[in-house]
Design a protein around this ligand. Structure first.
Ligand SMILES: [Zn+2]
Length: 326
């Protein structure tokens, strides 16, 4: 016979910054209590307004004479979400500085509890950390998240959240950036949420990441590097066509060297590699042609990134961004 023990009682603590004695609603998340105004909460959130409309059962939980509402969300998320709702200076519009954990909690709960003003504000903050994302020159636009570059450990959190709340214009660049550093094992492992628990990415997101990573290392890498040997890449104007040190040989060895770098670098990281690669002895017209080819290859790659993650193109992402923020 097994004895079922009750779960251990957590010592409850009050969030002193969100404890208003003159307010009549106590909200509990994990072991943290918040005392706030139910009417104000309902005025901001459609979900809480509906909850308030429901008749409370006779035996509903009470504390200090106030009804207690338990939320299933991490206390850290609820804290920043309530601060954003009740403290006007806590989470102001972009480009005011914030931090990622605050942003994650506010975005997640403003979506869940339907507070459109906060959700849009959070999406603008997060979107600006990725806007005009260029794989070879990442994060040139100012980010209000206070991390530059954006910490790679939060990328899977951003991916999971933006997938859940349907924000593809942030989901795609976050996935692309994650593909550059994450191993297959990282993708499987997932991420740590705000309460410190391990979470796995949705199965379709895991598959999309594995598939994109593989395609970037193989076909996209080959397509990207094609400019080195492409017909018409300035070879007609070449000054140096004879002997072992002629341009065709230099190009061939250069192309082979980029193949050796395959598996370690993704196409978007190749531009930096090209810049450090000393193409000794190559003639002026060939060098110019290669430089132009690299720029065009990078533009083509940028254009193709959304399709790696199941979206048509950048225009589709931009359309979705405008729809969500209007
Ligand atoms: Zn040449």
């Amino acid at each position: 016979m097994y004895l079922t023990l009750p779960p251990p009682l957590l010592p409850l603590k009050r969030c002193t910054e969100l404890w208003f004695e003159d307010c009549g609603l106590i909200v509990r998340a994990e072991d943290t209590l918040f005392r706030i105004s139910g009417a104000q909460l309902a005025a901001h959130s459609a979900v809480f307004a509906d909850m308030r409309g429901l008749k409370q059962p006779e035996d509903a939980e009470h504390m200090d004479g106030c009804p207690v509402v338990r939320l299933p969300d991490p206390a850290g998320e609820v804290e920043v979400f309530f601060k954003a709702l009740f403290d006007p200076g806590f989470f102001t519009e972009y480009p005011a500085l914030t931090n990622y954990r605050t942003l994650e909690g506010i975005l997640s709960l403003s979506h869940k509890y339907e507070v459109p003003v906060l959700k849009k504000r959070a999406l603008i903050h997060l979107g600006n950390a990725f806007q005009h994302y260029n794989p070879s020159k990442p994060r040139l636009t100012p980010s209000s998240i206070g991390q530059r570059p954006l910490d790679v450990h939060v990328l899977p959190n951003i991916i999971a959240l933006c997938h859940q709340i349907d924000a593809p214009w942030i989901f795609v660049p976050a996935c692309y950036q994650y593909c550059q550093t994450a191993s297959a094992a990282d993708i499987v492992r997932g991420y740590t949420d705000m309460s410190g628990s391990n979470q796995v990415l949705a199965p379709d997101v895991q598959i999309a990441l594995h598939s994109a990573k593989t395609r970037l290392h193989t076909e996209k890498m080959a397509e990207f590097m094609d400019f080195i040997l492409a017909d018409g890449a300035g070879i007609a104007k070449c000054h140096n066509l004879d002997g072992f040190h002629a341009c065709p040989g230099i190009r061939g060895r250069f192309r082979s060297a980029t193949d050796l770098a395959k598996g370690q670098r993704l196409p978007g990281q190749m531009s930096a590699y090209l810049a450090t690669w000393k193409i000794k002895g190559i003639c002026g017209p060939c060098r110019t042609a290669l430089e132009r080819g690299a720029v065009a290859a990078e533009a083509k790659l940028n254009k193709d990134i959304p399709s790696l993650f199941g979206f048509q193109d950048r225009d589709e992402l931009e359309k979705r961004r405008i729809q969500a923020l209007e």
